[in-house]
Design a protein around this ligand. Structure first.
Ligand SMILES: *Cc1c(COP(=O)(O)O)cnc(C)c1O
Length: 414
């Protein structure tokens, strides 16, 4: 027999449900429920640890949940890409032995000093001479001695042409200006790195090959010895209408391009996956509160875990959690629960034509930039995570995945 609803919430963290229908059956939740799948995140982490031809840093911003951080650590991820002092503190508290790399190119002096002196951070990124000066000053001792243990990565601007979400406009020094900064950084760095970000959800390995060509040009121009080449994040996950090539193709292309760079023999290759390590970690159960034609009013939205669905038009896979529903699917759009017109998701989301108020829907692949983005705006967005044991709605890592290049859904590899 199930204990009362209140008592049940209290013990949820210890309970593993088989799947979303079991959660709905037991809880009939009034609020949206985040489902955690630690086995899926562990599998993604092991894949990167075993197959990426270098070191994989988890980009914490994609999903900073401490439970996820511990799962990744237990699965072999030892390095973490952090972007704010709050992320530095969080990861240090959660994983005392983790190696933290502060990869935001614009930091405050106080954040750099605390990261270096209190939390043992030695790796920082930068894209200007001012940031280099700031790092040197903030990490020097009281007598003004510059530390000899800094790893400094110069962020190069690269094209976002092959990615769904650009990260090209904001950060990164242009190739034409990079040589003096690389030379100045080499003067103070124990290890000199070059990093970049091709943009999130990069749909072809060519994005990395092209960026690494720019790295080659930067190294040749500056004539410096480079110890770390960091290809950043951007590794894709699978969503409706976005079927990327297998990750092995990305790793192979990166390996070949990096092997031919003029870097020191002992140099290291790094990557910073966010999305690819955590997209499969979460899904979300929402309830339909009202139907108006092809519009469903659900209880989560733009200010909840569905920011990308609302603001980027991102499509996530959906599944109606009711037996005996119609087999005929129709495209629906969603409204979120707040009073804001922007709280709207175009989709389209394919659901049985008889979906209606009171139905529960599972929305998949929300582990990256979904669960992490929830706010309490308008009094919505508070919910308790629940662990489930079934497979995520889609996976890059199951082994039985069909190569999308053999289907109609071809992504050109050039
Ligand atoms: C956001 C970010 C990442 C992670 O990007 P994904 O596309 O989620 O893999 C990695 N590195 C840096 C510097 C970032 O800003």
């Amino acid at each position: 027999m199930l204990p009362g609803r209140k008592a049940y919430w209290g013990s949820l963290e210890l309970h593993i449900f088989p799947d979303a229908p079991a959660v709905v059956g037991a809880l009939a939740p009034d609020e949206p429920v985040i489902l955690n799948r630690p086995h899926a995140a562990a599998r993604a982490a092991r894949f990167f640890v075993e197959k990426f031809p270098g070191k994989s840093l988890y980009a914490v911003k994609a999903n900073p949940s401490p439970a996820l951080l511990r799962t990744l650590w237990d699965s072999g991820i030892t390095h973490y890409d952090v972007a704010s002092i709050a992320e530095v503190r969080l990861v240090r508290d959660t994983l005392p032995d983790a190696v933290l790399c502060f990869m935001h190119p614009v930091k405050t002096a106080a954040a750099i000093a605390e990261a270096y002196k209190v939390h043992g951070v030695r790796t920082f990124s930068l894209d200007t001479q001012e940031e280099l000066d700031k790092i040197v000053t903030a990490t020097s001792d009281d007598a003004g001695n510059v530390p000899e243990d800094l790893s400094l990565c110069v962020r190069l601007r690269v094209s976002s042409d092959y990615s769904e979400i650009s990260l090209a406009a904001k950060f990164g020094i242009d190739l034409a200006d990079a040589a003096p900064l690389l030379q100045a950084t080499r003067q103070v760095a124990d290890c000199l790195g070059i990093c970049f970000h091709v943009g999130s959800q990069a749909m072809t390995p060519f994005a990395y090959v092209q960026a690494l060509e720019r790295v080659r040009a930067a190294i040749v121009d500056a004539s410096v010895t480079v110890d770390i080449v960091d290809v950043g994040g951007g590794f894709p996950s699978i969503y409706p209408g976005m079927q990327p090539p297998p990750l092995e193709d990305y790793f192979g292309a990166i390996h070949r391009a990096a092997e031919s760079l003029p870097v020191s023999y002992s140099s290291e290759l790094w990557c910073e996956p966010g999305r690819a390590l955590c997209a499969e970690y979460n899904s979300l159960i929402v309830r339909v509160e009202k139907r108006r034609g092809k519009e469903l009013y659900i209880n989560d939205g733009a200010y909840g875990a569905l920011f990308d669905a609302a603001h980027l038009g991102w499509r996530f896979p959906v599944k109606l959690l009711r037996e005996g529903a119609s087999e005929s699917l129709r495209p629906f759009t969603f409204f979120g629960p707040t009073c804001d017109d922007l709280d709207h998701m175009d989709g389209p989301f394919e659901l049985p034509c008889d979906v209606g108020a009171g139905d529960y829907i599972e929305i998949g692949m929300l582990g990256a930039y979904g669960a992490a983005m929830r706010t309490a705006f308008n009094g919505f967005g508070l919910s308790v995570p629940v662990q489930v044991g079934d497979e995520p709605m889609d996976s890059q890592y199951r082994g039985d995945r069909e190569d999308p290049r053999r289907t109609d859904n071809v992504v050109s590899l050039r």
